[in-house]
Write a protein that binds this ligand. Structure first.
Ligand SMILES: C[S@@+](CC[C@H](N)C(=O)[O-])C[C@H]1O[C@@H](n2cnc3c(N)ncnc32)[C@H](O)[C@@H]1O
Length: 312
């Protein structure tokens, strides 16, 4: 594609990535993004702290995955504009061989990710979460991620930009089907559960942005983990998910839920009912006896292998 044919970045429309960048104190945003972010701040003055708490949640989950969970490959969809403590940096503090694929549908994010994040065992891909099969089949993604081995899928602060009619549970299910047992899913998601009126007013700031913000309740977010078992402490406010010792933010009210789910390893063979197991054991004994008992009446000579038998 020639330069002239490349779609241009429309900076007159606010974009979730750049609104978030502004809330985090970044510089990669435009007047439309700043205006939308200021509308959020007008109704939720703590929005900056909430954005930081979400980012800290992402970093704690990556530390857990690379450490305790032993994950070595990460698929981070909805990367955001690079800032401090990006996924591959956090993962490699624990596991230097960690591989990371960054996926985002925003060209600004993609350009920055390509310039700042891509490198040895790390790539940036321009793609849309709403087309999961395209991501799963992307040759670049496949080159770095082996879906036959456990992988961590990070959907952090992205699913609330997917409308109900775009079917977020089905999108997650597509990934679930492709992921090996022992894989993990991380989600954080905005909610109106704590202050429905203020949260809805803040979400309205996204109505004219590139994607709307859809607030979801605890049960609705939990449903996105279908097929995954939530690890401790379950689905909680992001600030309450395994906070670091002495973390002041752990007391903070953050209007976003976060959690990690693990795709179970299937049992190698389904456990047989008790009666069936008893019958199987009995027939194994019969087979063993038939095979090892001498056919002729045994002598009582005391020779090895015969002295067990009753004398005639
Ligand atoms: C709020 S930022 C979150 C960044 C990072 N995950 C974090 O939590 O710090 C949301 C990101 O999702 C991206 N995004 C939104 N909708 C998307 C979609 N349908 N496909 C891919 N990326 C999307 C935005 O461009 C943005 O970079």
């Amino acid at each position: 594609m020639s330069r002239a044919e490349q779609p241009q970045i429309d900076t007159s429309i606010a974009h979730p990535a750049r609104i978030y960048d502004y809330l985090l104190g970044g510089k990669d945003n435009f007047p439309a993004d700043r205006a939308a972010a200021e509308r959020v701040l007008a109704t939720v003055p703590k929005a900056r702290e909430m954005a930081r708490a979400n980012r800290a949640f992402l970093q704690r989950t990556v530390r857990f995955l690379a450490g305790e969970a032993g994950i070595r490959q990460f698929l981070d969809i909805g990367t955001g504009i690079p800032t401090q403590g990006n996924v591959h940096e956090v993962a490699r503090q624990v596991a230097p061989d960690a591989r990371v694929v960054y996926v985002d549908n925003d060209r600004v994010v993609h350009a920055h990710a390509n310039a700042l994040l891509a490198g040895d065992q790390t790539i940036a891909v321009l793609a849309d979460l709403r087309a999961p099969d395209a991501i799963l089949g992307d040759p670049q993604v496949r080159q770095l991620i082996d879906f036959d081995r456990p992988v961590a899928l990070l959907l952090v602060a992205i699913l609330h930009f997917i409308r109900d009619e775009e079917d977020p549970p089905e999108i997650v299910a597509r990934f679930h089907a492709a992921m090996a047992p022992g894989s993990y899913l991380v989600i954080s998601h905005a909610t109106g559960d704590f202050d429905p009126v203020a949260a809805a007013a803040a979400a309205q700031a996204y109505d004219k942005a590139a994607a709307p913000m859809v607030l979801r309740s605890h049960p609705e977010v939990e449903r996105l983990f279908d097929g995954f078992a939530l690890v401790d402490p379950g689905l909680v406010q992001v600030s309450h998910w395994r906070p670091d010792p002495g973390d002041a933010a752990s007391h903070q009210q953050v209007w976003a839920y976060g959690g990690i789910g693990r795709k179970a390893t299937p049992p190698t063979r389904p456990p047989a009912p008790l009666a069936m197991r008893a019958a199987r054991a009995a027939s194994a004994v019969q087979w063993h006896l038939a095979r090892h008992l001498p056919r002729e009446p045994a002598t009582t000579s005391g020779a090895a292998g015969t002295c067990w038998q009753k004398p005639a």
